[in-house]
Design a protein around this ligand. Sequence first.
Ligand code: B16
Ligand code: MG
Length: 217
Amino acid sequence: MIKACIFDLDGVIVDTAHYHYLAWKRLAQELNIDLTEEINERLKGVSRMHSLEIILGLGGISLSQHEKENLANKKNSWFVDYLERMAPEEIFPGVKQLIKDLRQSGIKVGLASSSKNAKTVIQLLHIQNEFDTVVDGTMITHSKPHPEIFLLAAERLGVLPQECLVFEDAEAGVEAAIAAGMKCVGVGSPEQLGKANKVITTTGDFRIAGLRELERN
Ligand code: B16
Ligand code: MG
């Protein structure tokens, strides 16, 4: 029985995934590294430092911890600049209604984002009061694909992992949900997210009836 839905943020509720990509691409260019959209898929869902390490690995660059922190901060300041220009209307269509419908049906709703900016993003979208719990990158030690973030969200929601359904746009996130023992709906392409129990194009396409279908599988 599914008693809770846990949403990823970037790429599931709003397209901040694109802003992350623009900021990383700008940093990669400064380092003479070509960051393609395909490689960018590997950065989705993973922590800021891990993302930077993937990019540095592409260029065969090795830096001190201090230098890496400077670069990570630089990327984050660009990302925060993009956020400042983000409008509340950029929330993906149908997401607010879906969250409302789930809560009205007695399903708990959580947010589990690897981003340390998650609370800022949900405030900018005016949805900070729509979740029963919010777990973000400041509250975890291991980023996705480690299951820690989803297990913590389930614990805070007072439900068992097997009673949770996760919505994720990143391969690392789908792997984290499965490792946590949860069902997972992938948001994006079936090629990328084939490990999920079901894949939809956009979060707003999900219907409550889909919960019962997933319980049976
Ligand atoms: P920050 P999610 C993740 O958020 C992003 O997908 C990932 O690309 C980013 O590196 C990570 O947050 C950390 O973000 O630099 O803001 O702390 O998809 O888990 O909501
Ligand atoms: Mg995401």
